[in-house]
Design a protein around this ligand. Structure first.
Ligand code: PAF
Length: 277
């Protein structure tokens, strides 16, 4: 496994590869990332993973500084799973202050974007830069960040990028908590409470599948339940899978998306729910 820090060196190496599959990450890898890398192997000969904590996608009061940077441990985990690790410095990715940005679609101002202004602009900008640097045939992103995946698909389609975007299923701990690098911020008590978010989504899905038609009412009750357990809920919303527009009943294939905080740790989860035929 090669570890490359410079864009020029990476390009020289990749120019000799017939087919490239790419898994972008911010490092501090967990089994969710590793599952994406295994999935990547099925798509192409040369698997590239990037490890880069992108300052552009963090707001001024967010966790950019304390985001765990664990490159050495990450590389040990990636041994045998990927062929190349691209781990650029901030100055390698942004040799000049970035003044050209991707303007993401309007959906980027809703859901996570409402609480994190500019996040998806910074995310889409770095993803486009990484796709241009690596020029993969296939790139994989986890479905846990459902809105992110949607915005990347829109960017790739509308800017005619020659890459196939593949979503990977969310990997969960035994108690159902979606794996995330931010889970390690949780203290012991919070970690015990954290799987409630998933449980609430499962209950909402069951209610919809049993024919409940009023999601606003269901979600208001779910938010009350979570708040009573100490969560600060940002949103629990039923969206159409195709464009993430709001639904109040299962009139199309949907996804229930949620974000909520335990203390200062923000957790995301979602569950797809298909229309009953
Ligand atoms: O999902 C992430 O880890 C990041 O948002 C990504 C896609 C690597 C861009 O920095």
């Amino acid at each position: 496994m090669k570890i490359i820090h410079s864009v020029i060196e990476l390009r020289e190496f990749l120019a000799r590869q017939a087919r490239i599959t790419f898994v972008p990450t911010m490092g501090n890898l967990h089994q969710g990332h590793l599952a994406l890398m295994r999935q990547a192997r099925q798509h192409g000969a040369c698997v590239v993973a990037s490890v880069f904590v992108n300052p552009l996608q963090f707001g001024p009061n967010e966790d950019f500084e304390r985001y765990p940077r664990t490159l050495q441990a990450d590389c040990e985990l990636m041994q045998g799973l990927v062929d190349v690790v691209f781990a650029p410095s901030v100055s390698e990715m942004y040799p000049l202050p970035q003044s050209v940005f991707i303007e993401p679609p309007a959906i980027a101002n809703e859901l996570c974007g409402a609480a994190r202004p500019g996040h998806f602009r910074g995310m889409a900008t770095v993803v486009l830069k990484l796709l241009n640097i690596v020029q993969p045939h296939v790139a994989l992103f986890g479905k846990k960040d459902y809105q992110q995946l949607h915005i990347i698909r829109q960017m790739v389609a509308q800017l005619n990028l020659a890459v196939q975007i593949v979503g990977g299923e969310t990997v969960r701990a035994a108690d159902g908590l979606a794996l995330s690098s931010r889970n390690q911020y949780l203290d012991e008590v919070q970690r015990r409470i954290a799987p409630q978010l998933r449980q609430v989504l499962l209950n909402l899905r069951d209610d919809l599948l049993q024919g409940e038609q009023n999601f606003s009412q269901l979600s208001a009750h779910a938010i009350q339940q979570l708040s009573a357990q100490g969560w600060q809920v940002e949103y629990v919303s039923l969206r159409k899978q195709a464009d993430l527009s709001v639904m109040n009943a299962l009139v199309n294939d949907g996804v229930i998306v949620a974000a909520a905080k335990l203390g200062s740790t923000r957790l995301l989860d979602n569950i797809e729910v298909c229309q009953v035929q």
